[in-house]
Design a protein around this ligand. Structure first.
Ligand code: ATP
Length: 606
């Protein structure tokens, strides 16, 4: 670890390797099941390619023996020449190459398809999770599941797994081969090596801990930079430039000290590996040389032995590194499975056979509704909200900011569970209705219209994804949106959103209204934009809204009281309760009423 800020192993939380974590982590394998044939053929090819590799030292040994006067004699009595051995070797290499190609190609397919399925599964889960889940977890943390955690899994399916398999095979086969070559020497070697490997592992662990400390120190210095640069005005206003520079300097010094300590161990580790490992090799070679001298071994045996020992050494080292990767994989797969195990909203349920699609007239009845957000359970946001709306009526919710108006309508769509009371639609408790069917009968024109990157056509058709062009144009006309859409050279094909044409607030609202018109819901929620539009735009939006509200139960969250004079009933909300209700006429004449006061205030402001 150095102070450049990079670490060798990705800093994803790792999972201790236990029986339970292994069992949990292996559940991710169910995603490979559809591709098991490819996976198994890949494994066979991997075995073949590893096996061919393992014969290389043996052949090289035979070459050395033949060259030094100990030729290979076949059971038939024929002597094999150097040329024949070399040719055989070449054929083996060709085979090895083909096996490797097949193995990589198959494993890549398995990992790519598996990872696609995991991502798809995660996304399907994300969109089906209830709203409170997204309030309790940061979006960044959630999306990193689908990017970095899945990335780790991808690596392990395409590389780690194959590598693990190969190293274990090499290790086992290597030990068997050296035993065959010389039992005496093998035992000598196996007595020398394991202690060195164990010591190296202990050393390695200490280094990782120290490297982590360096990382933490570095992170602290970065916090200082970030905080002070973000709050540079405060730093300057307090003339603390010197102070902060010193503070940063001190933090940097601590980082350097940590890095040096970590590198002291690293240097020690490297020299230990050189001395220990190569010393061990020299020891084994010395023993081997004495055996050759005593005529108990040939030069070919010695060559084979040395090469297999190197294979074994490399695979032990490789396994150490793989251990870390397996831990990361288990951690990642557990985090993915954790999300997949989260309970979904009961939406998009198949309809029970024989039941008719839900028809909604639009009667709404709130009875003693109480509510607190799951993220702040101790803070009652709504208390004892009771009102009813007949199908086709229009009501308006007014009241100060934070009073609970948006919350009231969100509950209608069942984004959250009520803390008390109930909501009926057409006399039926919404909890008994199918979520998807219920929501499909509710249309919403939000305060801020979210336009997805794409064409205007796609954005309007969001209300009915299979709408024809005629339907879209008709909706756009009714929403007073056609006027501006038809002025664009590309018409409905105009790209909007981040990289496209930027629509004005009023235009975006009219797109939202067109969306709602296409959806054709029985119940409509209009959340008036707080930002004022110019009067021309306002008129267009208002007449589009009037068109939209015809023959639908409508709930308007009103910010500008001028727009709601014609509604059937106004509910004045304050502090999570209904404090007044009645028509505009009734409320505006009640002395000291909140509505009358708000009205006066707006009148004075304008
Ligand atoms: N997702 C949420 N999690 C926790 N508390 C929330 C959440 N949304 C709103 N609140 C709180 O609930 C209360 C009511 O908010 P709500 O958005 O319903 O008010 P509103 O009357 O619609 O306000 P505005 O007119 O400003 O939109 C506020 O105190 C707000 O802080």
């Amino acid at each position: 670890m150095n102070t450049s800020g990079t670490t060798l192993d990705p800093d994803g939380p790792k999972k201790k390797l236990t029986k339970e974590s292994l069992r949990q982590g292996l559940r991710i394998f169910r995603f490979t099941l559809p591709y098991r044939t490819k996976f198994i053929i890949g494994l066979v090819l991997l075995t073949l390619s590893s096996a061919t590799t393992m014969t290389f030292p043996w052949i090289i040994g035979k070459l050395a023996d033949t060259a030094s006067g100990h030729p290979v004699v076949l059971p038939t009595g024929a002597v094999v020449s150097i040329n024949q051995i070399a040719l055989g070797f070449f054929v083996l290499i060709l085979l090895q190459g083909s096996f490797s190609f097949g193995r990589i190609w198959l494993f890549t397919q398995v990992s790519e398809f598996t990872v696609r399925d995991i991502r798809q599964g995660l996304y399907r889960k994300f969109v089906s999770l209830p709203i409170p889940y997204f309030e309790k977890n940061r979006v960044g943390a959630i999306t990193s599941r689908i990017t970095s955690d899945v990335g780790v899994i991808q690596d392990s399916f395409s590389l780690t797994l194959a590598e693990l398999f190969r190293q274990v095979m090499t290790l086992v086969a290597g030990i068997v081969f050296i035993m065959v070559v010389s039992v005496k020497l093998s035992l000598f070697m196996l007595l020398t090596f394991p202690p060195i490997v164990v010591l190296a592992m202990v050393f390695g662990k200490k280094i990782r801990v120290l490297a982590k400390t360096t990382q933490d120190e570095l992170a602290k210095t970065n916090v200082i930079v970030e905080e002070t640069l973000q709050g540079i005005n405060t730093v300057k206003a307090f003339t603390n430039e010197q102070f902060e520079t010193q503070r940063y300097g001190a933090s940097l010094t601590r980082t350097v000290q940590a890095a040096l300590r970590s590198n002291l161990y690293r240097g020690g580790f490297v020299s230990f590996v050189i001395i220990g490992l190569f010393g061990g090799i020299v020891l084994v070679l010395w023993r081997a040389a004495t055996l050759v001298q005593a005529g108990q071994m040939t030069i070919g045996d010695l060559t084979q032995f040395a090469l297999y020992t190197m294979f074994i050494g490399a695979s032990v080292a490789g396994l150490g590194e793989l251990y870390g990767k397996v831990q990361s994989t288990l951690g990642a797969s557990e985090r993915i499975l954790e999300i997949l195990d989260e309970p979904s909203e009961p939406s998009h349920q198949p309809r029970v056979a024989g039941t008719a699609p839900l028809q909604v007239r639009g009667d709404i009845d709130y009875r003693h509704v109480a509510f607190s957000y799951p993220t702040r359970p101790d803070l009652p946001v709504l208390q004892d909200i009771s009102f009813d709306i007949q199908a086709g009526e229009k009501i308006a919710l007014v009241g100060p900011s934070g009073a609970g108006k948006s919350t009231i309508v969100q509950l209608l769509m069942q984004f959250y569970e009520l803390s008390g009371g109930k909501i009926l639609i057409d006399g039926r408790d919404v909890r008994q209705l199918d979520l998807t069917e219920l929501r499909s009968h509710i249309g919403i024109v939000p305060q801020e219209t979210l336009l997805f990157g794409g064409t205007i056509r796609e954005n309007i058709a969001y209300g009915k994804t299979d709408a024809t062009d005629e339907e879209i144009i008709l909706a756009a006309r009714k929403a007073n949106a056609w006027q501006f859409i038809s002025t664009f050279p590309e018409g409905l094909d105009t790209i909007v959103g981040e990289r496209g044409v930027k629509l004005s607030g009023g235009q975006r609202q009219r797109v939202a209204i067109a969306r709602a018109i296409l959806k054709n819901p029985a119940i409509l929620i209009l959340d008036e934009a707080t930002s004022a539009l110019d009067s021309e735009s306002e008129k267009l939006v208002q007449s589009a809204m009037d068109e939209l509200m015809q023959n639908r139960t409508s709930i308007i969250i009103a910010h500008r009281l001028s727009t709601i004079r014609k509604v059937d009933k106004i509910l004045v909300i304050d502090g999570g309760r209904i404090v007044e209700q009645g028509t505009h006429e009734e409320l505006s004449h009640s002395e000291n009423g909140l509505y009358a006061n708000l009205l006066k205030l707006q009148f004075e402001l304008s």
